[in-house]
Design a protein around this ligand. Structure first.
Ligand code: IDC
Length: 325
């Protein structure tokens, strides 16, 4: 072989090997390696480099009730199914299981998600407490602790009030609460995304669109349960989107709003197509095997790790198809 041909061959084989390596690397890249620190640009969540990102997530049930699913193997199972975001739901009302002792579980959950290169939403899960002001003091303490401890990480999102409801308005209650909590978070974490709940169990995004917050890197929560929330709620989303509001479906399921009852695949398909069109991310409720339709794991499955598609419930299987798309 001539010297020149030899060198050419060497060069080509190096190139091929290089291609092989980069293919392996890009396949192994975790969501956080791919997208880095997320931010909000216009009405979209985008990657560090400005590429539109549609988050696909799974939420824990209340970690007071189902702490056993906060483990690395469980999160990894969902990652394999296409999930890039874990939401850790900490109910904020003592009547619904709130206790400071659960912070340890939240810390654990953050560690597992971080080790797996997944995003993690810290969900201050107000529900029966209705007005976010009810436990505002505790909320400020909670978010101070977490922004201080994890604010430098790229994979953290803060959801500051799951579902305001009852005698609560955007301007009088939620907006001032959000201003306070976000100002506190920004003392320690200048950049990571904050998810803000909206009136009527995080449905009134159209109202919020008329008077959004001034802070950067904020998205607004839109929650739906497909069998209850149909065209009327999709219309609110369209309105808010057209008005330029950035949204995240930080909680949804395809059954009714009780978290139980029948599945409405027709409405659910309409929802998923709308979210795909707008590149709005979505997080499915809930990682447990509770005997209710919204539980993603079959009631008969006792496993808390190494969960496969065959262990999923009917709603879990249906949603998993979308995670993979
Ligand atoms: C439901 C759970 C259910 C639990 C109930 C009360 O699925 O097992 O008994 O809460 O805590 C929401 C809430 C979410 C609800 C879910 C279904 O954010 O906490 O979970 N839902 O009702 N908003 C609309 C529906």
């Amino acid at each position: 072989m001539k010297k020149r041909t030899f060198f050419l061959c060497m060069l080509m084989s190096l190139f091929v090997v290089g291609l092989g390596f980069s293919a392996i690397r890009s396949e192994a890249a975790t969501p956080v390696e791919k997208w880095g620190r997320l931010k909000v640009s216009g009405r979209n969540i985008v990657s560090e480099n400005g590429k539109k990102v549609q988050l696909k997530g799974a939420s824990t049930h209340g970690i007071a009730w189902f702490p056993q699913y906060v483990n690395k193997s469980c999160f990894q199972s969902f990652k394999k199914m296409g999930v890039n975001t874990i939401r850790l739901a900490l109910y904020s009302d003592p009547g619904a299981g709130y206790s400071k002792s659960l912070y340890q579980k939240v810390d654990e959950g953050i560690r597992y998600a971080t080790e797996l290169g997944m995003y993690v939403i810290l969900d201050w899960h107000i529900l029966n407490d209705g007005n976010p002001k009810t436990h505002q003091k505790e909320a400020l303490k909670f978010f101070t602790r977490y922004a201080k401890k994890y604010g430098k990480q790229k994979n953290i999102l803060y959801e500051i009030c799951n579902e305001p409801n009852g005698d609560v308005t955007w301007k009088r209650d939620i907006k001032p609460y959000a201003n306070k909590v976000i100002t506190r978070i920004r003392k320690y974490d200048k950049k990571n995304i904050v998810v803000v709940g909206t009136p009527t169990w995080s449905q009134d995004v159209d109202i919020v669109a008329g008077s959004p917050l001034k802070q950067k890197n904020v998205v607004y929560a839109l929650h739906f349960y497909a069998a209850t929330h149909t065209d009327f709620l999709r219309d609110k989303v369209r309105k808010a989107y057209e008005a330029g509001l950035p949204m995240l479906v930080s909680e949804f399921s395809i059954c009714d709003a009780s978290g139980n009852g029948g599945i409405d695949k027709k409405s659910a398909t309409k929802w998923m197509n709308l979210l795909k069109k707008y590149k709005i991310g979505y997080v499915a409720w809930n990682i447990s095997n509770k005997n209710e339709t919204s539980a993603l794991i079959k009631a008969s499955c006792q496993k808390t790790g190494s969960i496969t598609k065959s262990n999923l419930s009917k709603s879990g299987k249906w949603i998993a198809k979308w995670w993979k798309k």
